[in-house]
Design a protein around this ligand. Structure first.
Ligand code: NDP
Length: 407
């Protein structure tokens, strides 16, 4: 039987996941069509994508860019909207089957919830949605009969290992971590690392925020929480193992001790395609793995002493309530400050830890509680950063010209 063509809304189509999703869709026009594309501010790319994929509508979150997008798409039969509220509305259109959530950060939460309420199937890249409000989102998905298909490669691996095993309980999962660009480095080395170094991931090309999260190991901390909600696990059932080659994407261990792993070259197009095509596998031309190129697949214990963010993720998960929402907000503030060179690399974990200590704890949060917690945590994290000495960058030219660096 030929599967029906799925109409996809891509939230965050101009990002790393969004553009790779469009590559997948371009290769399978019989299986997928694009119904909605959204961007934050990258009007030029959004216009280009819209002209190629002819969606029903596009949304540009930054309202100042609306006119530019509207004028450029005027002669096409494509509706143009602006603002984040519009993203929440367009995901509910009757013509949308599946929503791929590829907006980065907390900004992706409201539109994902809106799509679930409209009973749209979700292909979830925006892990922050489950980190911030996992309990609420999981309950809403159940209530509305919505499946959440993971796009994150580790969670896709677990999901792929679970195929045909739905009645067999998981004993444990192993989430693999590459270790990021600073694997094996000590605190002394990390004191002076620059954003250019942190943005050089050894195995994956991704957006800036997740790349920094990978360098601090917060990405794995967020993924631990994401796994808890996706697969209904307890903290003691989730283990992280460093696997620098990123070939084994994650492992499920069943109650008879048998372990299933999903393997392949690191390529996000595969988990994106699987999330969109499930339960079918579609053909692909993605490069194939060759064992002889990887004679040694290695594994290490993560260094949670140096990379505190992973432990903070576990702690927030165990604490429950709004703790992971606070963790996420503080992390977003700290990563953004690191990317703007306002704080140093090691301060990221410090800001998060101190914010977790100071923020109010809510045991059973409602949606409004999550929104308030996110705002409160951002204020606290910013106050903590104001008390941190700014980093000074003296470049060779400043020194030569005897100019005081701006601090
Ligand atoms: P990018 O930064 O590359 O892209 C983010 C996308 O979201 C862009 O389209 C951006 O628009 C849009 N966006 C950003 N802020 C807002 C906002 N406030 N309102 C509306 N739209 C916004 O991120 P990635 O693609 O790397 O990551 C997206 C999500 O997928 C993240 O949650 C990440 O953790 C997850 N993920 C990513 C992986 C990867 O390989 N990249 C792997 C696994 C998970 P614009 O371009 O206009 O700024």
């Amino acid at each position: 039987m030929i599967a029906k063509q799925k109409h996809i809304a891509i939230l965050g189509s101009t990002g790393s996941i969004g553009t790779q999703a469009l590559e997948v869709i371009r290769s399978h026009p019989e299986s997928f069509s694009v119904e909605v594309l959204t961007a934050n501010g990258n009007a030029d790319l959004l216009i280009k994508q819209a002209i190629e994929f002819k969606p029903n509508c596009v949304v540009i979150a930054d309202e100042k860019k609306y006119k530019r997008v509207k004028d450029a798409l005027d002669k096409y039969d494509i509706k143009v909207f602006a603002g984040n509220k519009s993203i929440e509305q367009v995901v509910q259109m009757e013509t949308v089957d599946t929503v791929l959530t590829a907006i980065v950060g907390y900004a992706g939460l409201a539109s994902t919830i809106s799509a679930i309420k409209a009973k749209k199937q979700i292909a979830l890249a925006n892990k922050e949605t489950l980190v911030v409000a996992g309990e609420l989102v999981a309950a809403l998905a159940k209530e509305n009969g919505v499946n959440i298909y993971p796009v994150d490669s580790e969670h896709s691996a677990i999901f792929q290992c679970m195929a045909g095993e739905w009645n067999n309980p998981i004993e444990k999962i192993y989430l693999t971590a590459s270790g990021g660009p600073f694997r094996g480095k000590d605190k002394k080395f990390l004191t002076s690392v620059k954003k250019e170094q942190a943005l050089k991931h050894p195995n994956w090309e991704m957006g800036a925020k997740i790349t920094i999260d990978s360098a601090t190991l917060m990405n794995k901390g967020l993924e631990v929480i994401e796994a808890k909600w996706l697969f209904h696990l307890k903290a003691e059932q989730i283990e992280v193992i460093v696997h620098p080659q990123s070939i084994i994407h994650s492992i499920v261990q069943f109650k008879d001790g048998s372990m299933k792993a999903q393997m392949g070259l690191p390529d996000m197009r595969l988990p994106i395609q699987y999330a969109l095509s499930f339960p079918n596998r579609l053909p692909s031309t993605f490069p194939r793995f060759d064992f002889l190129n990887f004679p040694n697949l290695t594994f290490e214990k993560p260094d949670t002493e140096t990379f505190r963010c992973l432990s903070l993720g576990f702690e927030a998960m165990k604490k429950g309530g709004n703790a992971a929402c606070v963790l996420n907000a503080a992390n977003e503030v700290a990563v953004s400050a690191f990317l703007s060179e306002k704080i140093s690399f090691l301060k990221i974990a410090e800001v998060i830890e101190k914010t977790l200590e100071k923020a109010s704890f809510v045991k059973k949060p409602s949606y409004e509680d999550y929104v308030n917690s996110d705002s409160e945590a951002r204020i606290i994290a910013n106050e903590i950063m104001d008390n941190i000495m700014p980093i000074t960058r003296i470049d060779a030219n400043d020194a030569k010209n005897n100019i005081m660096p701006i601090t």
